[in-house]
Design a protein around this ligand. Structure first.
Ligand SMILES: C[S@@+](CC[C@H](N)C(=O)[O-])C[C@H]1O[C@@H](n2cnc3c(N)ncnc32)[C@H](O)[C@@H]1O
Length: 433
């Protein structure tokens, strides 16, 4: 194993378990490391710092996997199997039993590995689908045999009666159709499906999501083969709960004849489904308008809502376009959950102006005492950046909002103390007068 020493007086964040180390912080960085090669990092006094992998092709030369000097990384298969098992136990212990993020890359000390576990049903049988995205050469070398990795995980958990679904009804989808892989020297290509003996159609798949407000489940239509990211945005489940708690109090208090909700950048419509089901159970007449640029996403959202007997109006439009306007002061709740406008720090000013532009439309369109939920899923946009953009929007709209709830990604997307870059999702909900 190659050992590399850090320069003297490197930034303290490196010594406080930040998982990324840039090449210029090493005393003598090795230019010829193989992509993903295991490296031990020591400080300038030769004291152990961490072990992880390096890739001289990558912007982040080194990513840490362990800060424990006793932990060895060479036996890659058994190391990964043990980590994934441990992560599964962690998620179960947080109350996740249906669909959840099993592995959250750096935040779960497996840099470049995302695994979402979706619970599904076909012909009255439960299935689990592991959707996997690999974005680093290091992790790629650990998961060279995904079938073996996931079979081991499922068999072990099933034997211990921690899960009820056997390997025969477990499917693995390798979603390596992401361009970013090229930056690490990895090929990208169409999704690869493993262990799908029953030929389950993964592109129109009902997935079961925890409905924490109703303490039950909600069945959403998703495309695990070609849908955005892993097919579904699991990260909002805490924010959904928080907004549902607040909004139902508003509905009970004002008893509107007709509750109007607009779900901007709705994707598969989880906000609408979640709130629509609650309001239907409360016997409240609700008008739901779903907006997205993707017709495919809107079709799936509509199919979900139809299955619950909830009528929705779908609008396929570019929400940044001038043609997208919201009638003045007409909605009780508007959710603004756009894509990541800032992919890096360089994009922050342009992204902030896009968040402002979109939130301006929402703040004009909200009724007095209604709520605007403003989200940003850009790692480069801080909570303060988002607040600043929304504040400017409300001032321009001649409205006045006060923040009543704030949130981030849910507990199945934990984040490290030492890694602010890993905390990407921010949500603020304001009551507007
Ligand atoms: C972060 S996702 C939204 C997630 C969704 N709200 C949920 O909770 O599952 C962003 C969505 O914005 C849509 N989108 C991207 N650019 C858009 C645009 N210019 N106009 C409208 N929708 C857009 C994408 O199709 C995607 O569905």
């Amino acid at each position: 194993m190659i050992t590399l020493n850090l320069k003297k007086n490197v930034d303290s964040k490196v010594l406080h378990h930040h998982p990324w180390i840039a090449k210029n912080l090493f005393d003598k960085p090795n230019e010829s490391v193989n992509p993903g090669e295991i490296i031990e990092v020591r400080d300038a006094h030769n004291q152990f710092v961490s072990r992880g992998f390096a890739n001289s092709l990558s912007f982040f030369y080194y990513r840490a996997v362990t800060f424990d000097s006793r932990e060895k990384l060479e036996n890659k298969l058994s190391f990964l199997q043990e980590r994934l098992y441990d992560l599964f136990i962690q998620r179960l212990s947080l109350g996740y039993n249906r669909s959840f993020r099993l592995c959250f890359s750096e935040n779960d000390s497996l840099p470049g590995l995302i695994v979402d576990r979706f619970l599904s049903e076909k012909n009255q049988q439960a299935y689990q689908v592991f959707v996997v995205q690999v974005t680093t050469a290091g992790i790629n070398s650990y998961i060279s045999d995904p079938l073996k990795v996931f079979k081991n995980l499922v068999d072990r958990l099933a034997q211990e009666n921690r899960i009820l679904i056997p390997w025969e009804r477990s499917i693995v989808v390798m979603r390596n159709d992401i361009k970013i892989r090229e930056k690490e020297g990895l090929p990208f290509g169409p999704p690869q499906v493993l262990n799908n003996e029953q030929k389950v159609d993964l592109s129109t798949m009902p997935i079961l999501i925890d409905h924490q407000f109703l303490k039950s489940e909600i069945k959403m239509q998703a495309d695990l083969m070609g849908g955005q990211k892993t097919g579904f945005f699991l990260d909002q489940n805490y924010n959904l709960l928080r907004v549902a708690e607040i909004f139902t109090e508003y509905v009970k208090f004002f008893k509107p004849q007709n509750v109007r909700i607009m779900d901007i950048c709705c994707h598969l419509g989880q906000w609408s489904a979640y709130l629509g089901i609650i309001l239907k159970q409360m016997g409240v007449k609700t008008e739901l308008v779903l907006v997205d640029i993707s017709q495919d996403a809107l079709n799936k959202a509509k199919a979900t809502m139809d299955s619950y007997g909830i009528h929705v109006e779908c609008r396929m439009i570019d929400v940044l376009d001038e043609a997208f306007v919201i009638e003045d002061k007409s909605y009780d709740l508007i959710i603004v959950d756009p894509p990541a406008f800032a992919k890096s720090k360089d994009h922050v000013p342009a992204a902030k102006s896009a968040y402002q532009k979109l939130n301006l439309k929402a703040y004009k369109g909200i009724k007095k005492y209604g709520f605007v939920v403003s989200c940003s899923c850009s790692g480069a946009i801080s909570l303060e950046d988002l607040k600043d953009s929304v504040n400017r929007a409300q001032i321009k709209a001649f409205r006045s909002g006060k923040i009543v709830a704030q949130g981030g990604h849910a507990a199945d997307h934990p984040h490290l103390f030492s890694f602010p870059e890993g905390y990407y999702l921010k949500m603020i909900t304001a009551q507007v007068i």
